[in-house]
Design a binder for this molecule. Structure first.
Ligand code: GSF
Length: 201
């Protein structure tokens, strides 16, 4: 299999962490992809019409995307350990969706400042994206610490990758301020070998 990827992407990082946590790293070759919404460049558009990464190219079936589908496929392929059975599954998937929403908003903010011409940037829109992130971080702090502290699952991995991306691209926003429990959880989670080996560059 071939994973079309860039090491800066929080969504790609989810997939690589899952590969490491499930012992499948040797089964996937990494293919570097570059591009933006206005210039797909080397994005795998022939495999994924959305022109986004991560995209997983398989030898025995169509390409898979997005990160939620790829992570679930890889976990299933390894025998399944990151998606709990029973009612906890719905909590886990909602946690993953919350984390991915943080990453989506953070990536859109990055495009607004790094891709859009300076004279067309709109501060209110940036503030609106950060407001989504701030509300989601507050929810993680007030409602999700117990789940985050339980057995490893895809929700935790997605949160770890989202917080790592905030440090990478939006450090000045200081997401830890007023969220000591989440900051403490992340400090420990970031030391997992799978996380330490995949810090964005
Ligand atoms: C989001 C992937 C994404 O936005 C997923 O895989 O979960 N829902 C998808 N990827 C970005 C790269 S990034 O993470 O910075 C991407 O491919 N952007 C190119 C574009 O055209 O939006």
């Amino acid at each position: 299999m071939r994973l079309h990827q860039s090491p800066a992407s929080p969504f790609v990082r989810k997939v690589v962490v899952v590969l490491k946590e499930t012992g499948q790293e040797g089964d996937v070759a990494l293919v570097t992809a570059t591009g933006t919404p206005v210039n797909p460049d080397a994005m795998p558009v022939a495999l994924n019409p959305l022109g986004k990464i991560p995209t997983l190219e398989r030898d025995d079936g169509p390409a898979l995307y997005d990160s939620r589908v790829i992570c679930r496929y890889l976990d299933d392929r390894a025998g399944g350990k990151l998606y709990p059975a029973g009612p906890r599954l719905w909590e886990t998937l909602t946690l993953e969706a919350t984390a991915d929403g943080i990453s989506d908003a953070a990536v859109l903010m990055r495009y607004e400042t790094a891709v859009r011409p300076a004279d067309r940037q709109w501060p209110d829109w940036l503030d609106g994206q950060w407001a989504k992130i701030a509300r989601s971080l507050d929810a993680l702090e007030s409602r999700w610490i117990s789940h985050l502290s339980g057995p490893l699952d895809i929700g935790q991995i997605a949160v770890g990758c989202a917080l790592g991306y905030l440090d990478f691209r939006h450090a000045a926003r200081d997401w830890r301020s007023g969220r000591p429990a989440l900051a403490g959880w992340y400090a420990a989670f970031a030391t997992r070998p799978s996380m330490a080996a995949t810090a964005p560059v």
